[in-house]
Design a protein around this ligand. Structure first.
Ligand code: HEM
Length: 378
């Protein structure tokens, strides 16, 4: 009896506190939404949604209830979730002024503390443009294209009877870092001994005014590999899935855009407000996280007709299902825009070209895996 009474009392007290908190947040001008349970917030709901076949319910339910900007609580922090294209652009463009990149600790451990994603301020600016300068269209055309093609063909040739694309995708960071360390040390020694000076990214990093250590250079390179590897390989896998399901699209590299729209591995990015920010009539308090969701915008029927349907033809210039290009942002935007965006597009295009011109393939339904199987050289 006494236990039931205490339980009832605590439930009433908790509900009352939640009510007070909601009123306080509304007065502060925060967007509508719920911070969920103490400490865990709405993280479990988010994870649960991503385990279902259609992970959109988390976003769909909240957008329907609160609108495209709402408050939630994810991974231990209060977060403003934006499914709004205009707000996403504002957040990305104001990197370093009103917002700054903010990644969870697990990502920081994987990438290493000297990676581009963790750099800030003028060092980030310099290293971002250095990275871009080694992956721009003329470098790709003049230097990388042949290598990309050779690598794609080499890997496709190694596909014999049965391939599960994602199985090979995870490599141990330590092993990669060790191999890269040997390369960096060797190159440093060569340069110190007055050997021929190469014109690649490693040479630029070794010559940088900052005097980067081997560890810093290796971290930087590993992060680029990680950022470029999983993203590109997943998008390739999914492009094959869609191409298989939409044979007419085989000839059209509009598949690239449509795959990036509907199935981008990076659903959005986290930022942290550096100061109190007012946007769209709401206030984002200093220190709060913002999640700019590209996925929510890409799957919004207000921007793309039949948004949940894979339709590469929408990218034809005269298509009515197309959307203004300023809402399509699979590579982010602003000062942190993905420096590998041209490289990724080219790699994906070369891969699809070699695949459809050199292979016959079938699509088998398989549960819980990237559903691609039994490739046969044509
Ligand atoms: C389909 C493939 C890819 C997709 C969808 C993709 C997408 C993205 C996105 C959304 C971001 C976050 C941008 C932001 O914070 O505003 C990003 C950052 C980054 N990407 Fe990619 N990416 C891809 C391939 C690549 C490749 C091939 C490279 C290698 C050069 C690369 C290197 C990076 C790096 C280093 C960053 C961090 C940039 C920074 O924080 O300044 N990515 N990418």
């Amino acid at each position: 009896m006494a236990f039931s009474f205490i339980l009832l009392l605590s439930s009433v007290a908790a509900a009352f506190l939640l009510f007070i908190r909601r009123i306080r947040y509304r007065r502060m001008g925060l967007p509508p939404g719920s911070l969920g349970y103490p400490l865990i917030g709405e993280t479990l709901q988010l994870i649960k949604a991503y385990k279902t076949e259609n992970p959109e319910p988390f976003i769909d339910e909240r957008v329907a209830r609160y609108g495209s900007v709402f408050m939630t609580h994810l991974f231990g922090e209060p977060t403003i979730f934006s499914a709004d294209a205009e707000m996403n652009r504002f957040v990305l463009q104001n990197e370093g002024k009103l917002f700054e990149g903010s990644y969870p600790a697990s990502i920081c451990n994987l990438l290493g503390k000297h990676s581009l994603v963790l750099m800030k301020g003028s060092l980030h600016k310099r290293m971002h443009s250095l990275t871009m300068s080694f992956a721009n269209s003329s470098i790709i055309k003049d230097h990388l294209m042949l290598d990309i093609d050779r690598l794609v063909q080499f890997n496709l040739d190694s596909w014999s009877s049965r391939v599960l694309l994602m199985e090979e995708a995870k490599k141990a960071r330590r092993k990669v870092a060790e191999e890269l360390t040997v390369v960096v040390m060797k190159r440093r020694t060569e340069e110190e001994e007055g050997g021929e000076r190469k014109k690649d990214m490693l040479a630029a990093l070794l010559a940088a005014d900052e005097g980067f250590s081997d560890e810093e250079i290796v971290d930087f390179l590993v992060a680029i590999l990680v950022a470029g590897y999983e993203t590109t390989s997943t998008i390739m896998t999914l492009a094959v899935k869609f191409v298989t399901e939409t044979p007419l699209a085989l000839a059209q590299l509009k598949v690239v855009n449509e795959t990036l729209r509907i199935a981008n591995i990076i659903g959005g990015v986290f930022r942290r407000a550096m100061t109190d920010v007012e946007i769209k009539g709401y206030k984002i308090p200093k220190g709060w996280k913002v999640f700019s969701s590209f996925r929510a915008v890409h799957l919004d029927p207000n921007h793309f007709k039949d948004a949940r349907t894979f339709n590469p033809w929408r990218w034809q210039s005269n298509s009515v299902t197309r959307s203004p290009s300023n809402v399509f942002a699979p590579f982010g935007g602003g000062p942190r825009i993905c420096p590998g965006y041209e490289l990724a597009r080219v790699a994906l295009s070369v891969f699809l070209h070699r695949l459809v011109t050199g292979f016959r393939f079938t699509y088998l339904h398989m549960q819980d895996s990237i559903p691609l199987d039994r490739f046969q050289k044509g």
